[in-house]
Design a protein around this ligand. Structure first.
Ligand code: SF4
Length: 186
């Protein structure tokens, strides 16, 4: 199923054209349900090899070897292709055709999944419906064991983290523990 999704060229309105950037396999146990690739990932074909990725790996307590191992970790954003930039700055929303086309198929192809990280508002809205990212992250225990809501790890989140010190004090230690348990790293 991942090979079929990587070959997808269905959207003709992507500014740089289709280039699905995903990771995963039938044995993946952890899913990173993120937003959409940025321009760096579009150019390189590698997801999260950028400041957002460095921050996310730090949050998870994972090195690149584990993070990029599709036998363990799947990266399935809400839009698989780079959606382009907004005039006022920041990236566009994930292409709306992508999740209805692929999301259930890919998740259904990974029977070993034990935890889905809902990274940012788009994936949380898809899985949980409308709601506040901050309140969901703060109430992360209520979504376990299936989901772990997180903010998007962009540079803007540094400001958010300073305003919400409970994130570093309570959420990140619990996140690291949950990830290590799911991946059986201890
Ligand atoms: S955004 Fe999704 S549906 Fe559209 S071309 Fe890329 S992979 Fe296909």
């Amino acid at each position: 199923m991942f090979a079929a999704a990587r070959a997808c060229r269905e959207c003709g309105d992507l500014p740089l054209g289709p280039r699905p950037i995903i990771q995963g396999s039938a044995t993946s146990r952890l899913v990173i349900a993120s937003q959409a690739p940025g321009s760096i990932a579009h150019a390189s074909g590698v997801p999260f090899m950028d400041p957002s990725g460095y921050r996310l790996r730090d949050w998870l307590g994972l090195d690149e070897g584990v993070f990029y191992d599709p036998a363990l970790v799947a990266i399935v954003p809400m839009g698989f292709c780079y959606p382009g930039r907004l005039a006022q700055g920041g990236d566009r929303a994930p292409h709306p055709a992508c999740a209805p086309r692929w999301r259930a198929l890919l998740l259904g192809s990974m029977p070993e999944v034990r935890l889905i990280l809902l990274v940012g508002g788009y994936s949380q809205a898809n899985a949980l419906g409308a709601g506040s990212v901050t309140e969901r992250v703060r109430g992360f225990r209520g979504y376990l064991p299936r989901y772990f809501p997180l903010p998007h790890p962009s540079w803007r989140t540094g400001v958010w983290e300073r305003r919400n010190p409970w994130f570093g004090a309570e959420v990140l230690p619990a996140l690291k523990t949950a990830v290590r348990q799911v991946l059986e790293l201890d």
